[in-house]
Ligand binder design. Structure first.
Ligand SMILES: Nc1nc2c(c(=O)[nH]1)N[C@H]1C(S)=C(S)[C@@H](COP(=O)(O)OP(=O)(O)OC[C@H]3O[C@@H](n4cnc5c(N)ncnc54)[C@H](O)[C@@H]3O)O[C@H]1N2
Ligand code: MOO
Length: 400
């Protein structure tokens, strides 16, 4: 089947934008939230610490009892008990009294300072104090770390270990995050086999299946690799239908161009609707975008570099939107290392390697897997530009 109509990239992105996919929210146990994106603002329901607590091992005192203490005239206070971390103290300090207290234990009533044991002497049931303590010494007051009612994290925050620690501190055992989109990944082609298989003449190892599945996971989605479809109608149809059943999005690679055995487009048309078949970009012209049962299906080119460039351009923005990570596209300005010639009439995405302040073009072509392996990202060369000079400022969009 020939290309139906090659459209500009913007049109392809508009079609994807119009697809009926919604960001969904789910509650997950705290231990599963690392790397996920918060779907709710988090306000502390408690004071942290929840009680006035000792920050040192020593003696809890009424600071005013020690104001007259000096090396020459130390103050002696009676030690009336001991409080350990986890205790609920029942004692109440009266003038002239103190208690032994351990780090993390709640202060007894009327105490407002804790003097570390290294600074005092103990004689029997008395503690000897050589310098005044001030109110608050050795104490962390209730709510001074995190006050109840404080807004701690905004919806849209990606949770790293600092954020999960914060959620632990305020007692959250479950958190609302954006649901991971499930993405079915299918490789196609009679010549494509999985690593672990001996290569026969004419065969190659599947690169795209691994690359797409892991690119989906790297973005925070869930990938389901369904295997390699043969270049026949039944095999392709079976895996596509499996994908529609198990997943929110289906990605195929290979079989997208207009060759006689490139069946993908006609099968998608049969099962649903093909919106786009051919985009005016290089690499990645033979790309199919469709919908089956309301689920977006992408037919990406077979060449790994074309496939991954198009994944980055078309699929990654959709996944980011569903995951609440729109703002996380990494771009940097660099200088082109040397002159390059571009294809006229197609927007070109040229793989480049970043070396210091330079973007070094990789010119092996989209048929080489090392074009994208060696590349850090790509630069855009507009359709009406034929030559970019060395030293020109370019913007590099990173893969992943
Ligand atoms: N007559 C035309 N032929 C081609 C055109 C064209 O416009 N007219 N475009 C070329 C371009 S550009 C590309 S890109 C490819 C893409 O074609 P397909 O998407 O149909 O891909 P295939 O033909 O199935 O494969 C292309 C190439 O990639 C290898 N491949 C496929 N799948 C994998 C995989 N999972 N892992 C690793 N390598 C894979 C496959 O063996 C082929 O060598 O079409 C050009 N032809
Ligand atoms: O469109 Mo192909 O994807 O140029 O390499």
């Amino acid at each position: 089947m020939a290309f139906l109509k090659v459209v500009p990239l913007e049109e392809a992105l508009e079609v994807i934008e119009s697809f009926p996919l919604e960001r969904r929210v789910e509650k997950v146990p705290l231990e599963e939230t690392l790397g996920r994106v918060l779907a709710e603002d988090v306000v502390s329901p408690i004071d942290v610490p929840p009680f006035d607590r000792a920050t040192v091992d020593g003696y809890a005192v009424r600071a005013e009892d020690t104001f007259m203490a000096s090396e020459s005239e130390p103050v002696k206070l009676k030690v009336i008990g001991e409080i350990n971390a986890g205790d609920t103290p029942t004692v109440e300090l009266k003038p002239g009294e103190s208690v032994y207290i351990s780090t993390g234990a709640p202060l007894p009533k009327n105490a407002d300072a804790v003097i570390q044991f290294e600074d005092v002497d103990r004689e029997g049931d008395e503690v000897i104090i050589y310098k005044p303590a001030y109110p608050g010494l050795g104490v962390m007051k209730r709510g001074t770390d995190i006050p109840s009612g404080k807004l701690l994290l905004r919806a849209g925050t990606r949770l790293g270990f600092k954020e999960t620690a914060l959620l632990s501190a305020i007692g959250f055992s479950e958190v609302k995050v954006f649901r991971k989109p499930r993405v079915a990944v299918i490789s196609t082609g009679n010549e494509v086999v999985l690593p672990g298989t001996e290569l026969r003449y004419g065969q190659i190892y599947d690169i795209n299946g691994r690359a797409i599945a892991d690119a989906v996971r790297e973005l925070g989605g869930e990938a389901v690799f369904l295997g390699i479809a043969k270049d026949d109608k039944d095999s392709l149809k079976e895996l596509i239908l499996k994908g529609v059943e198990c997943c929110d999005i289906i990605i195929l690679s290979g079989g997208a161009s207009g060759g006689i055995r490139d069946l993908t487009s006609s099968i998608i048309g049969e099962l649903g609707k093909v919106y786009i078949h051919g985009i005016a970009i290089q690499p990645g012209k033979p790309t199919i975008i469709g919908l089956i049962d309301g689920k977006p299906i992408f037919g990406l080119p077979g060449y790994p570099t074309s496939c991954l460039t198009n994944f980055t351009l078309l699929v990654a923005p959709l996944l980011r939107k569903l995951l609440g990570r729109e703002s996380e596209v990494r771009k940097v300005k660099k200088r082109l290392a040397h002159k390059v010639f571009s294809v006229k009439g197609r927007m070109q995405f040229l793989p480049v390697k970043v070396e210091g302040e330079n973007a070094v073009p990789i010119l092996k072509g989209s048929g080489a897997v090392t074009s994208f392996i060696d590349a850090d990202g790509f630069i855009e060369v507009h359709e009406n530009v034929e030559i970019l000079d060395g030293g020109e400022e370019v913007e590099v969009t990173f893969f992943g």
